[in-house]
Design a binder for this molecule. Structure first.
Ligand SMILES: NC(=O)c1ccc[n+]([C@@H]2O[C@H](COP(=O)([O-])OP(=O)(O)OC[C@H]3O[C@@H](n4cnc5c(N)ncnc54)[C@H](O)[C@@H]3O)[C@@H](O)[C@H]2O)c1
Ligand SMILES: O=C(O)C[C@H](O)C(=O)O
Length: 370
C-alpha cells in the first residue's frame, strides 16, 4: 500500500462518528459504529474499515436501506441466550450491543449466546470477539450478508453463498490474545476491489468462471464473470471444508435468528437474485464463554499462554522469517495508534467530508491544533 496520509486513530474515529451523526444516527449509536468501523483500520483489516464508510454505510443510511434510529428489540431471552431484532438498524451498533449482552449472560451463567436478525453489514467480526477477550472471556462472532450470493459451492457453476466470516478470540497469559478473524472465502471482496484499483491481476484461486476455470482479471468480479472460491477452492484441494464452514455461518446467523440465508433456490435465476435484495435482513451470531467457570484455577489462560509462546518459538523455515499466530500482528499494529490511508482512500474521505459538510480526517499536527 502506498501510504500518503497518516492520521491518529482518534481523529479517524472523530470523522467516522461525525459522518454517522450527519446521516441521522443518535450520538451513542454513532460513537459505537465509529469505534467498531475504525477497529478494522487500527488492526490492519483495511478492507473493512473507513474504506466502506461511504460505499456501504453512508449510502444505505441516506437511501433508507439502513435506519439510523432503529431501536433494537429483544424477541426471546433466557438466562444464557437471547434473540435480538435489529429492526433494519446499523449492524455495527447491533453487533456491539449483542456481544455485550452475550458477555453479561456469560458472566452470570458461564455462557451467553445471542442471535441477531434484520441487521446490516457489521464490519470486522474481530471487533466483537475482542469485546469478550477484554473481559477475560472466549468470544465467537459470525455474520452472513442476507441473501448475498457471490461464492460458489465447490463443483457448482452458480454463486450461492456470501463471504460469511468467522472470528474467535481467546486470552492467553503473557501474550497478545489469539484472534482469528477470517472470511470463509479464499479472500474477502475488498482484496479484489483493491487489485482492480491498482490495475493488477489477482492470483489464480480467488475467482473462477461458470465452468470452474481460474479467473485472474479483478474486473470479472463486479461484472459477474467470476465467482469467489470458498476456502480450499476445489474439492480436490479441501474445498468441502470451506464450504461446510460457510454453511455453518449461514445456519447460525440465518436459520437460528430468522435472518435471510445465502443458499436459496431463487438465487439461481437472475430475476430471483434481483428479487432477493442482498444485504437486507442480515444475521449475526455471538457466543461468549467464561473460562473461569470451567477452570477456576486460571488454567485456561496459563495453558493458552504456553501454547502461544511455543508457537512464537517455532524455528522459521527461512532466515529472517517468523512464526506468528492469528491476532499477534494486529496487536502490534494497534499499539501504534495511527492509521495509514492510501491515496485513493484519503481522496475518497475528503470527498465524503465535503459532501457531508465535515472536516476530513487530519494529520497529527493539524488534529492536535484542533
Ligand atoms: N461483515 C462482513 O460481511 C464481512 C465479510 C467478509 C469479511 N469480513 C471481515 O474482513 C476482514 C478481513 O478478512 P480476511 O479473510 O481478508 O482476513 P485476512 O486474510 O487478512 O486474515 C485472516 C486471518 O489470518 C490471520 N493472519 C494473517 N497473517 C497471518 C500470519 N502471517 N500468521 C498467522 N496468522 C495470520 C489474521 O490474524 C486473521 O485472523 C475481517 O475482519 C472479516 O471479519 C467481514
Ligand atoms: O463487501 C461485501 O459485500 C462483503 C464483505 O464485506 C467482503 O468484503 O467480502
Amino acid at each position: 500500500m502506498t501510504s500518503v496520509k497518516i492520521v491518529p486513530a482518534q481523529e479517524l474515529r472523530r470523522f467516522a462518528e461525525e459522518a454517522f451523526r450527519a446521516c441521522g444516527a443518535p450520538e451513542a449509536t454513532a460513537r459505537t459504529a465509529a469505534e467498531v468501523l475504525c477497529y478494522a483500520d487500527e488492526n490492519g483489516f483495511d478492507t473493512h474499515g473507513v474504506a466502506n464508510l461511504e460505499r456501504i454505510y453512508v449510502a444505505r443510511l441516506l437511501d433508507g436501506r439502513i435506519d439510523p434510529q432503529a431501536e433494537f428489540e429483544l424477541t426471546a431471552e433466557t438466562a444464557s441466550i437471547a434473540a435480538l431484532d435489529a429492526r433494519g438498524g446499523l449492524g455495527l451498533a447491533a453487533g456491539a450491543r449483542a456481544m455485550e449482552l452475550a458477555i453479561a449472560k456469560a458472566a452470570e451463567t458461564g455462557i451467553g449466546c445471542v442471535a441477531v436478525r434484520r441487521s446490516s453489514h457489521f464490519g470486522s467480526a474481530g471487533y466483537y470477539t475482542q469485546q469478550a477477550v477484554r473481559r477475560g472471556m472466549i468470544g465467537i462472532a459470525m455474520t452472513n450478508l442476507g441473501s448475498q450470493a457471490i461464492a460458489r459451492p465447490p463443483g457448482g457453476s452458480a454463486a450461492m453463498l456470501g463471504t460469511n466470516p468467522i472470528a474467535m478470540g481467546a486470552p492467553g497469559e503473557g501474550h497478545p490474545p489469539f484472534q482469528l478473524d477470517m472470511s470463509t472465502t479464499v479472500v474477502a471482496t475488498g482484496k479484489i476491489k483493491a487489485a482492480l484499483r491498482r490495475g493488477e491481476p489477482i492470483p489464480e484461486g480467488w475467482l473462477v468462471d461458470d465452468e470452474g476455470r481460474p479467473v485472474t482479471d479483478p474486473a470479472a468480479y463486479e461484472e459477474g464473470r467470476g465467482h469467489l472460491q470458498l476456502l480450499g477452492g476445489d474439492l480436490a484441494t479441501g474445498g468441502a471444508k470451506g464450504f461446510g464452514l460457510a454453511l455453518m455461518v449461514d445456519i447460525l446467523c440465518g436459520a437460528l435468528s430468522g435472518a435471510e440465508m445465502g443458499p436459496h433456490e431463487r438465487l439461481l435465476s437472475p430475476e430471483g437474485r434481483e428479487a432477493g435484495a442482498e444485504d437486507a435482513n442480515v444475521g449475526h451470531f455471538f457466543l461468549a464463554i467464561d473460562p473461569a467457570r470451567f477452570r477456576p484455577d486460571g488454567g485456561f489462560e496459563r495453558e493458552m499462554g504456553g501454547m502461544l509462546g511455543a508457537l512464537l518459538a517455532c524455528p522459521p523455515a527461512r532466515e529472517g522469517g517468523r512464526v506468528v499466530y492469528p491476532g499477534f500482528l494486529e496487536a502490534a499494529r494497534a499499539s501504534r495508534e495511527q492509521v495509514e490511508l492510501d491515496a485513493a482512500l484519503a481522496r475518497q474521505l475528503d470527498g465524503l467530508a465535503e459532501r457531508l459538510g465535515l472536516v476530513p480526517p487530519r494529520e497529527p499536527a493539524a488534529a492536535e491544533r484542533g
